[in-house]
Structure formats: C-alpha cells, structure tokens
Design a protein around this ligand. Structure first.
Ligand code: VGL
Ligand code: ZN
Length: 189
C-alpha cells in the first residue's frame, strides 16, 4: 500500500525532491513519466497545507561547468543550470508560498544528490520538531534515494511516497527500493 496524504500529523514534514522541468519529459535529463508525480504531490501539498505540515522543496541548481556534467567527465548531460528554465519547478506543482526551497548541487567540486547534503535541512527539521518525513519527487534512484537514506541516517522516520516518484531506469529503481527498505525506509513491496 502506498502512503496516503490523510496520514499526515503533527511531527511530519513533506520533502519534495527536484520536481524541476529538466527532469520531466521535454527537459534536459528527462525521466520517463516524471511529470506524473505532479498531481500526486499536489494532493499531498493540499493535505499538508490543511494540516499545517511544513513543506520542503529541493532543487538541483548547478553552476556552469559542474563536475556532474558529461563535458566535465561526470555522468549526466547538462541539466538544472542556475537561473535556466530547466531549473524551475514544474509549472503545475502547487508549491505553497511558505514552502522552504532547499538548493543543492551548487558546489563546483562535488555533487549533492541528497537534500540533506550540506543544506542544513536536518537542523531545520529538528527545529520544527519534525520526526517523520514523507519523501517524493525525482529521481527515485538518484536524489530521492540519497535523500531518503540521509533522512534515516539523521534519525528521522522516512516514508517513500511510491506513486509520487519515478526512477531514471527501472533497474535503478528496483535497486534503490532494496537499499531504502534495508535502511528502514517505509515503502510498499
Ligand atoms: C538528479 C541526476 C543528476 C536527481 C540530479 O535529482 O535525481 N539526477 N542530478
Ligand atoms: Zn544534478
């Protein structure tokens, strides 16, 4: 069973990972059916708003010449360049005005796949007395995976919203789910 927005309660937070144009069909690093996470996440956002659950939205936000680009010997095509249209959140994602945007991938010398990596997110969540995070977004086998695993390492209960994520590759998605399950992330079989 996938997670349901009506499970949200005090002590929870919603973390929306990298739902940006470049990761959706038509973008620079398109994830198959990546845009299908948007309506699902909008239901979660609506429930979060209604219940006072804090919403965090991470964005991949690379400088020109980033080390993760194939032109620099990295694994990925150019994507999510700072200030580009591809780096913007999907236009249909109903981010609340009080959502916290978590920017990552800005370092020239290393990639930051996890929304927790050097962003201060764990500190902020503790400050908000968050104990459990619901995670969705893109991509399941890259930044969602890294974020969910770091959430566990930081001591949070982590729930993957399975219908709100898509992998770069199907095999990658299967491996990612195994890794998440082994780390104690809640997800369906
Ligand atoms: C991502 C590939 C490269 C992601 C970011 O957000 O999952 N994937 N950079
Ligand atoms: Zn990236």
């Amino acid at each position: 069973m996938t997670a349901s927005p009506n499970e949200l309660k005090p002590g929870d937070a919603l973390i929306i990972v990298d739902v940006q144009n470049d990761f959706c069909p038509g973008g620079a690093l398109p994830i198959e059916r990546g845009d299908e996470v948007v309506p699902v996440l909008n239901d979660w956002i609506a429930a979060a708003k209604a219940g006072g659950t804090p919403v965090y939205a991470s964005r991949d936000y690379h400088p020109q010449g980033h080390m993760s680009f194939d032109e620099s010997g990295g694994p990925w095509p150019l994507h999510c360049i700072q200030d580009s249209d591809g780096a913007r959140f999907h236009p249909d994602l109903n981010l609340p005005s009080d959502a916290t945007v978590v920017t990552k991938g800005v370092r020239l010398d290393q990639d930051q796949n996890s929304a927790f990596d050097q962003t201060g997110l764990a500190t902020e969540l503790r400050k908000q007395e968050v104990r459990r995070v619901f995670v969705g977004g893109l991509a399941e086998d890259v930044c969602v995976l890294a974020t969910a695993l770091d959430g566990r390492s930081e001591g949070f209960d982590v729930v993957l919203i399975e219908d709100a994520t898509r992998p770069v590759t199907a095999e990658g998605g299967a491996t990612a789910r195994q890794q998440m399950r082994a780390a104690g992330v809640r997800l369906s079989d």
